[in-house]
Design a binder for this molecule. Structure first.
Ligand code: C2E
Ligand code: MG
Ligand code: MG
Ligand code: MG
Length: 288
């Protein structure tokens, strides 16, 4: 196709490719310096017990405030950081920052932190985490690490050994984005998970889409059978939340209950132990 359009187009494509490569290089460069330049922040999104409506904890979500690019979403820079290895320093920073903040909360709520495959398989992840827990004084039982199935498949034996060391520290482990990617039911049995987080694609418009509802019910049944609580991600509407209640899903998280925001915005929610009312007043991120 490009050939037929002549030489000028090759030059055009070269130029585009050149720009992309330069752009990528500058992104990699900036990412390496971002931790020391203090460009990262952590936002928190509330998690709720569906039955009682109680606030049970928060998920920590990383944000990169780049001086020229502005706010870069994690889906853009995490994959680059994983390829270059910058994720190791970034991941340590997120864990330390989150544990430090959570240790100071008015009530001992749970805090969930995403852990990348590269971090999990890194040289001494469990040892690093152990040190962070000691330094920050966070009780290990309050920390939940969110790990996707993709992180397990590249080296299942090593992943299992690491998960066992993490569990021995007393931290909890949740399977993130369940139902997407390499989902295999046997992973739920083979690895010592404490929770299943169902991906938001199975929550979306669940009250009207019967196929989605069937999958959601199946995952909830699986959780019950394995004795694992299930958290539904991406809950945006009251209808979705009431469906989850009717199906006895244990926990929920999503824009309906609160958008990711600085922890200060949830001071009232933490004090009250409830999300709904306080979350409405939180200064949250704009709709994407
Ligand atoms: P995730 O762990 O599955 O996080 C949930 C994502 O869904 C977050 O996107 C959150 O803002 C978004 N979300 C929450 N509720 C709703 C909702 O009701 N509707 C919609 N449409 N979206 C909702 P975010 O913050 O952009 O993060 C994207 C992904 O980046 C995360 O997916 C996680 O995989 C990764 N990530 C974020 N922070 C970190 C981190 O500190 N370390 C690592 N390794 N990965 C991170
Ligand atoms: Mg997560
Ligand atoms: Mg998720
Ligand atoms: Mg995700």
């Amino acid at each position: 196709h490009a050939k037929a359009e002549g030489r000028g187009n090759y030059q055009f494509y070269d130029a585009v490719l050149g720009t992309q490569i330069r752009d990528r290089r500058s992104l990699e460069h900036d990412l390496r310096l971002a931790v020391s330049r203090g460009e990262f922040t952590v936002l928190y999104q509330p998690q709720m017990d569906v039955m009682s409506g109680e606030l049970v904890g928060f998920e920590a979500l990383l944000r990169w405030n780049h001086p020229e690019r502005g706010s870069v979403p994690p889906d853009h820079f995490i994959p680059v950081a994983e390829e270059t290895g910058a994720i190791l320093a970034i991941g340590d920073w997120v864990l330390r920052e989150t544990c430090r903040e959570a240790a100071g909360w008015e009530r001992p709520l749970r805090v969930a932190v995403n852990v990348s495959a590269v971090q999990l398989h890194g040289p001494d992840f469990a040892q690093t985490l152990h040190e962070i827990l000691l330094q920050t004084g966070l009780r290990p039982g309050r920390l939940e690490l969110e790990i996707t199935e993709t992180a397990l498949v590249r080296d299942p034996a090593r992943a299992l050994a690491t998960l066992r060391r993490l569990k021995a520290l007393g931290v909890r482990v949740a399977m993130d984005d369940f139902g997407t990617g390499y989902s295999s039911l046997s992973n739920l049995r083979a690895f010592p998970f404490d929770k299943i987080k169902i991906d938001r694609s199975f929550i979306r418009a669940v009250d009207v889409n019967t196929e989605t509802a069937a999958i959601l019910r199946a995952v909830l049944g699986l959780g019950r059978g394995l004795g694992l609580p299930v958290l539904a991600e991406g809950v945006e509407t009251p209808a979705e939340l009431s469906f989850l209640g009717a199906e006895a899903c244990q926990e929920a998280q999503g824009y309906l209950l609160g958008r990711p925001a600085p922890i200060e915005d949830f001071a009232e929610a933490i004090r009250l132990g409830r999300v709904a009312d306080a979350a409405i007043h939180a200064t949250s991120e704009p709709v994407r």
